[in-house]
Design a protein around this ligand. Sequence first.
Ligand SMILES: [Mg+2]
Length: 229
Amino acid sequence: MVDLDDTLCNTWEAGKYTIIRLFPHLLRKRKFKALFYILTARYRELEQSRELLVLDLDKLLQRIMERVYSRVKREDLEEMLELVDRTFFSNLKLFPDAKYFLEELKKINAKLVLVTDSSTYWQRKKLEYLGIKDYFDGIIISGETGHSKLDPHNFLLARRMFPNEDEVYMVGDRDDTDMKGGKAVGAITILVKRGYFKGKRAKYADYVVKDLIEALEVIKREHEKRDKA
Ligand SMILES: [Mg+2]
């Protein structure tokens, strides 16, 4: 099982560029309260929001703007959305080790299931754009199941896709979703320290690694151990 955002691609980085690009737009539109919201990092309050992890980008942006303003004009929102979408995708890319990681796993006949938060539209667009869709034997998206990765539901779904596989790994960047969920279904959990959650303490990770090359080494090592046993 593998996570997408900040594990395989630079979502947080692309998101940061997008936020920076929003500044002049918000200034021009005299949306000072929204600027203040971003500058004081109040968006951190959204980290634990289950809703945030299943919503489409337009709904999300609307929710955030409605937190700041009681009323938001439709055309203001659409203009922002267009800017966000364009800036985000022009900055989104796979991490340099992502393709190698996926290809090497294919070579050892691993079944790959993507378990990812966010909306269907947004995540499928990312997969299309990054050109990695065909690597996966299964794709589980929170927007489609109605459950965020804060609860084990999606990991159970992934697990049930291949009930005969007794060697399971979860590779992701977030401890309280990816690692916790992986643990809940008996996976060996590998935390890749990148992106927004890089500085957080890991409670549920069996291994903490700096990139996907190291994650792959862990998997190969564990795999050999089992082969010998
Ligand atoms: Mg992630």
